[in-house]
Design a protein around this ligand. Structure first.
Ligand code: PGA
Length: 259
């Protein structure tokens, strides 16, 4: 059984003291509530990763970075390498978020290079994919998703499915309050799993986590998690408040027990 992943993508939010406060409250919550069947994860900005990691040490929660350099080391001002993330003990990193694709011109080839760097360092990439509203309206969703999968995972070996997490995030649903309906999301998740099965075999397709992202919140998470191929959420806005984040961990814990 795949664990449910509840991942908070904080984007460029929270300063040092807000990060500390959130992590302390999350730590208290996790001491009182065993998130059985769920992996909670938060992705603060680079400068506070170590702080978050220290506060949450030994608790059942992962701290992730939001991006990584495609270079190994050296003269790349402003970049952070996969080895540097590994030296903090991080095991997860988001790559290819649509905001990086849109504002920083990231391509599937670049995302693939980042994925390989993370893999070299034993860090599990959370690879984001998704179509724009225009592409959906033109009936191009399937084509776009398959192209992104082919580009990001070209000749990437994935024998077990533990090597990566995929996050399907329709661009039109991010930060807009418009969630894809559970049915719309499931349709794309099933497409992704079928592609994985074809390219990487049944075991990989069954083990890999496919998260949905785009205006996920406590009120719509339960329905999304009822879908066969949705294994969790990559959550922006609603992950920033402790109360909502804890509620979503609780909903996922219930869902993992089949309630
Ligand atoms: P949102 O963001 O939950 O605020 O829509 C999701 C994401 O961009 O990962």
């Amino acid at each position: 059984m795949r664990k449910i992943i509840i991942a908070g993508n904080w984007k460029m939010n929270k300063d040092a003291s807000e990060t500390e406060q959130f992590c302390r409250e999350l730590g208290r919550y996790l001491q009182d509530h065993d998130p059985e069947g769920v992996l909670p994860l938060i992705a603060p900005v680079f400068p506070y990763l170590a702080q978050a990691q220290n506060i949450l040490r030994n608790l059942p929660v992962a701290v992730a970075a939001q991006d990584v350099s495609s270079h190994a080391e050296g003269a790349y001002t402003g970049e952070v390498s996969a080895a540097q993330l590994r030296s903090l003990g991080l095991r997860h990193c988001i790559i290819g978020h649509s905001e990086r694709r849109q504002y920083h011109g990231e391509t599937d080839a670049l995302i693939r290079a980042k994925l390989l760097r993370l893999r070299e360092n034993g860090i599990r990439p959370i690879v984001c994919l998704g179509e724009t509203l225009e592409q959906r309206e033109q009936g191009l969703t399937e084509q776009v998703i398959l192209r992104q999968l082919e580009g990001c995972f070209e000749q990437v070996d994935m024998p077990s499915g533990e090597e990566a997490v995929i996050a399907y995030e329709p661009v039109w649903a991010i930060g807009t309050g418009k969630t894809a309906s559970a049915g719309q999301a499931q349709e794309v998740h099933a497409l992704i799993r079928a592609w994985l099965q074809k390219r990487h075999g049944r075991e990989t397709a069954q083990n890999i986590h496919i998260l949905y992202g785009g205006s996920v919140k406590p009120s719509n998470l339960r329905e999304l998690l009822r879908q066969e191929d949705i294994d969790g959420g990559l959550i922006g806005g609603a992950s920033l408040q402790n109360e909502a984040f804890h509620a979503m961990i609780g909903i996922a814990a219930e869902a993992s027990k089949g309630n």
